[in-house]
Design a protein. Structure first.
Length: 178
């Protein structure tokens, strides 16, 4: 009797181990990483615009842009590493026909228009653009948290939501302050 029970328990342990290994990520996790990489790259591009001497951005905008850059570049590296580990293409978004259609993404013309502004006009437009951009990232992260299975993606999505909601609050305060 003990031998039969031991065999059943051993088989169940083996099935659980195989299932756990197979389910470390799913299509939603892959899509999130593939889509969030270019999304974050555009946020870094927006930050670069604020950091450019031609923008004449206020010091508070420059400080926030540096924070955004410093937060999103390591996340791009993390998502790139996950996709590599999962043997998934980094540019899956291009094959799926997305890009500026992603939530919160600015068009090339919107980026050009933003880059042409200076001073307080730049600050106001940058805050509006980055707020819109962050809202899109938060929506994507909420979906990843709900539909994904990867612990790493779920933790990253939660961190993105927390960080970007905080940055939106900062931008709201900056849009009120002179």
């Amino acid at each position: 009797m003990k031998t039969r029970l031991a065999l059943v328990l051993s088989a169940l342990t083996l099935v659980a181990a195989c299932t756990a290994g197979a389910a470390d990520h799913n299509e939603s996790d892959v899509m999130f990483a593939q889509m969030m990489i270019p999304h974050h790259q555009q946020a870094v591009e927006l930050a670069d615009l604020a950091l450019s001497s031609t923008s004449s951005a206020r010091p508070e905008i420059i400080q926030l842009a540096q924070k955004i850059q410093g937060g999103q570049e390591p996340e791009i590296e993390q998502m790139t590493a996950l996709l590599t580990k999962w043997n998934q293409p980094l540019d899956g978004h291009a094959a799926m026909g997305h890009g500026s259609e992603m939530e919160g993404m600015l068009s090339e013309q919107e980026l050009i228009d933003l880059a042409s502004l200076t001073g307080s006009a730049f600050d106001s437009a940058w805050i509006a653009a980055m707020t819109f951009h962050h809202q899109g990232a938060i929506a994507m992260a909420v979906t990843a948290g709900e539909d994904g299975v990867s612990t790493e993606i779920k933790e990253l999505a939660a961190a993105i939501i927390t960080a970007q909601q905080g940055e939106i609050e900062t931008m709201q305060m900056l849009s009120i302050a002179p």
